[in-house]
Design a protein around this ligand. Structure first.
Ligand SMILES: *Cc1c(COP(=O)(O)O)cnc(C)c1O
Length: 432
């Protein structure tokens, strides 16, 4: 199997950077997420340089929802990244990681009054998703005696080749404002007393492995940018949304590169803004591309069962990695302590959750698996821990970060007590 440069095999064990994953599993316990900080930094630099070498006014905003650990936001912030935040919590995380309010964009189709107040208080630009929200934001800014900076999210109504649950730019999606209603929306924003339109935004979907949809979206966006310029909007940025998908099937998936993306998208962008006579910043918001391949989920085999199907029953399930269950996603798996042993038998890797769908990987040809083996689930850095739950009263795992020779926890393992600590006894039950 093809491995990315930060993963390797030595003496039969799988390594991340310079660290033996089997040793990490034994030291910190399982299940365990292990993340390589340098890989994230490399992914970021590559993405940013690909765009900035063709258009210096390019900016990468990390989509914090992909992996919200503050250590990762700090690492990216130190390199100059901003963040796409989707909640008040993510906004506060990004600020606590040292990111500047001006480098954040508050996205989302359903923001509460307190979300809008927080954005106004910190001067964070809001990507507005409806006229209703626009007027609420205007009122919030007025009450605070401030002006709110806004962009609108355009729904480009494109057909996107990815899983329907993560195709966000189709006409029927809950996100964005229809292309033909965008000019009236900006006119309304201009008429608001405490709102200043400064940008325009779209996000067509996730895990896209073709470049063409991004080019089509860029064509729509520069057309909109020209129209907006025509009605007097001074655009400071055009935000093209999320990033490239990654090759979860290491040996067969296409692997579009940031350079290919930039070479296809930037000329269309440049032609469009030149035609409009403007030079806004080009923003992109990759999440998955920056972090997905940086992490492995380590899970211990509790038992092995042979029958109609063979199962390796492990200690991590969709409570810690929901992608296979929710999106039918594929993740490569490696028996970390038998990484050079020949494949012998087909197994499904089954989690401990009380649901038939709790299969992390189906029908994989692996070396003979035994209780105590450590299975590494690859490419789990995006939408892995960030979508974890406490289902079945299962505490969430620890997370370890490695950096060169160094390794440290970036999140401690929860206990059952952590899960129950927010439960309180209603008064009428207290007498019994
Ligand atoms: C999820 C999301 C992203 C990131 O998408 P990736 O596919 O992980 O790059 C970017 N922008 C918005 C608005 C999003 O919702």
């Amino acid at each position: 199997m093809n491995l990315p440069p930060h993963l390797s095999v030595q003496d039969g064990h799988l390594l991340i950077g310079r660290h033996d994953l089997v040793a990490l599993a034994h030291e910190y316990g399982t299940p365990l997420y292990v993340t390589d900080e340098e890989r994230i930094c490399d992914n970021y630099q590559r993405y940013r340089n690909a765009l900035a070498s063709l258009y210096p006014k390019s900016k990468v905003l990390y989509a914090a929802k992909a992996n919200g650990n503050v250590s990762l936001l700090r690492a990216l912030g130190n390199l100059g990244a901003g963040a796409d935040v989707f909640s008040s919590g993510e906004l506060e995380l990004a600020l606590s990681a040292g990111m500047r309010p001006g480098d954040l964009l508050f996205n989302g189709s359903s923001k509460s009054p307190s979300d809008l107040n927080l954005a106004v208080a910190h001067g964070v630009t809001v990507s507005v998703d409806s006229l209703d929200e626009l007027h609420q934001l205007d009122a919030a800014a007025k009450a605070a005696g401030k002006n709110a900076r806004v962009s609108f999210r355009v729904n480009p109504a494109l057909h996107i080749p990815t899983h329907p649950k993560i195709a966000t730019g189709v006409a029927s999606s809950k996100f964005g404002i229809a292309h033909e209603k965008i000019l009236p929306a900006y006119r309304e924003a201009i008429a608001c007393s405490n709102v200043v339109p400064v940008g325009v935004h779209c996000h067509i979907g996730s895990q896209i492995l073709e470049i063409e949809p991004f080019v089509k979206a860029t064509e729509v966006m520069v057309r909109v940018a020209k129209e907006l310029t025509g009605i007097g909007v001074a655009l400071e940025f055009v935000d093209l949304g999320g990033g490239l998908g990654i090759p979860y099937h290491h040996d067969t998936d296409p692997r579009p590169t940031p350079e290919e993306y930039a070479r296809a998208v930037v000329p269309v962008f440049l032609e469009g803004i030149t035609d409009a006579g403007i030079s806004p910043e080009l923003w992109v918001e990759p999440g998955r591309y920056l972090v997905a391949d940086s992490s492995v989920l380590l899970t211990r085999v509790n038992s092995v069962k042979f029958g109609h199907k063979n199962f390796a029953n492990v200690d991590a399930g969709f409570n810690l990695l929901i992608r296979p269950t929710m999106y039918n996603s594929y993740h490569e798996v490696i028996v970390a302590n038998k990484a050079s042993s020949p494949a012998e038998e087909t197994y499904s890797i089954a989690g401990p959750i009380c649901e038939t769908g709790d299969i992390l990987a189906a029908d994989r040809l692996l070396p003979a698996v035994e209780a105590g083996d450590i299975i590494a689930v690859l490419d789990t850095g995006a939408y892995g821990f960030s979508m974890a739950s406490q289902y079945n009263c299962r505490p969430r795992s620890a997370e370890v970060l490695v950096h060169g020779e160094d390794k440290a926890l970036m999140r401690i393992r929860e206990t059952t007590k952590d899960v129950t600590s927010t439960m309180v006894t209603p008064p009428w039950q207290q007498q019994r």
